[in-house]
Ligand binder design. Structure first.
Ligand SMILES: Cc1ncc(COP(=O)(O)O)c(C=O)c1O
Length: 375
């Protein structure tokens, strides 16, 4: 059997990793400012994380959601505390798409409606409803097409208000910072408007924090910068530092009913141990503060560099938009300077490093980028 070929691949095999570095099978070291797509939150092979997972594996790795799993309660309490939403309720699942899928279902169960507002350039995943609210027709299969989704322009309050007036809206789903869309920050005033319209119409505000959440921007959820709460937060990538685990944090106004949601693997013992280890390290090592500080440093320094069209983002979720003629920079960073970065179309370099990246590591990147921009 061969692999189903859905990804264009870099010709690199990684077989060792520690902190913000990875090594290939020939011993070449790389600085990782991509974190395997915003997934590595507390650094590769973090010792506390490895130990907690190993200990758990020796005790019990998995049992289904038909029994009590105290680790889930421990995780819910810790997540409530670290995220500052202690009265919310946690549903555990396995991926970002699944978290959004469940959030959209919950909203529809809650108010009995079908119409969803999503935004231009949004990315919310590849499963049925998650892909339907994703603004990329090339990944929407005919069976996923629905007239229940209305795409509004991002950060446009007038269009949002009009759409609410003309439709029976169940939910609004929005990334606090669009990731795949090219690092576009939602204005605080726009998120406040979503909050007030959802209150007025009894619709559900869903904050997709799969990429921009989990402390990456310096606050636990980037939506928190607006000063208003969402009804549902979805999270995944940074939650398990590579272990597949995702969560839906649900406001107390939405009441559960048995069997309304469910999962086989979600919230298993190993997944909870991984997620707890991540939160413990985020707290103990003050990683949200580090993300804010190093992020601000990077953004300030990047804004001084020549030729860059725009620097966007917050904390350690940064987009560097380059002019078309500099479309080789990302490749050169990887193959000449041995630095992994992410990308967004048409020519945006995306930085999504671990939250414990140091200033020295940030400087290595800035020096390499300077060389490329001056070439
Ligand atoms: C904002 C956002 N939501 C949802 C997803 C989907 O997550 P997953 O790939 O874990 O299903 C992603 C993945 O890139 C994302 O960036």
């Amino acid at each position: 059997m061969k692999l189903f070929d859905v990804y264009p691949l870099n010709d690199i095999v990684i077989d060792k990793a520690a902190g913000s570095y990875v090594w290939d099978d020939k011993g070449q070291k790389y600085l990782d400012l991509y974190g395997g797509h915003a997934v590595i939150s507390i650094g590769h092979t973090n010792p506390h994380y490895v130990q907690r997972l190993e200990n758990q594996l020796h005790k019990v790795g998995f049992y289904s959601n038909s029994i009590k799993i105290p680790l889930q309660i421990e995780l819910a309490e810790k997540l409530g505390k670290v995220s500052g939403k202690e009265n919310y309720q946690l549903f555990l699942c396995n991926s970002g798409a699944e978290a959004n899928e469940n959030a959209l279902k919950l909203a529809s169960f809650y108010n009995g409606r079908k119409k969803i507002i999503a935004f231009k350039k949004a990315f919310h995943g590849r499963t049925s409803l998650a892909v339907a609210v994703t603004d990329n027709p090339t990944i929407v299969a005919p069976v996923n097409q629905t007239n229940n989704v209305i795409f509004c322009p991002f950060n446009d309050e007038t269009a949002l208000e009009k759409t609410f007036k003309e439709n029976d809206i169940s939910a609004v789903i929005i990334e606090g910072i669009q990731g795949v869309g090219g690092i576009n920050v939602a204005y605080s005033s726009f998120l406040q408007k979503i909050r007030s319209l959802c209150d007025e119409y009894n619709a559900v505000y869903i904050a997709d924090s799969v990429q921009c959440g989990y402390g990456r921007t310096g606050k636990f959820y980037s939506h928190d910068y607006s000063g208003v709460n969402a009804d549902i937060y979805t999270m995944a990538k940074g939650m398990g530092n590579g272990f597949p685990v995702a969560g839906v944090s649900i406001s107390p106004k939405i009441q559960p009913k048995h069997f309304m949601l469910g999962t086989t693997f979600g919230g298993n013992h190993l997944a909870c141990a991984a997620a707890l280890a991540v939160l413990e390290v985020i707290e103990k090592d003050a990683l949200m503060e580090n993300a804010a500080a190093i992020g601000e440093y990077l953004i300030t320094e990047l804004k001084k560099l020549p030729k860059i069209k725009e620097v966007r983002g917050r904390g350690l979720m940064i987009g560097i938009e380059l002019p078309e003629e500099l479309n080789q920079v990302k490749k050169n960073l990887l193959f000449k300077h041995k630095i992994f970065t992410g990308e967004a179309k048409p020519n945006v370099i995306r930085l999504l490093p671990a939250l414990n990246i140091t200033k020295t590591e940030a400087d290595i990147f800035l020096e390499a980028l300077k060389i490329e921009l001056e070439a």
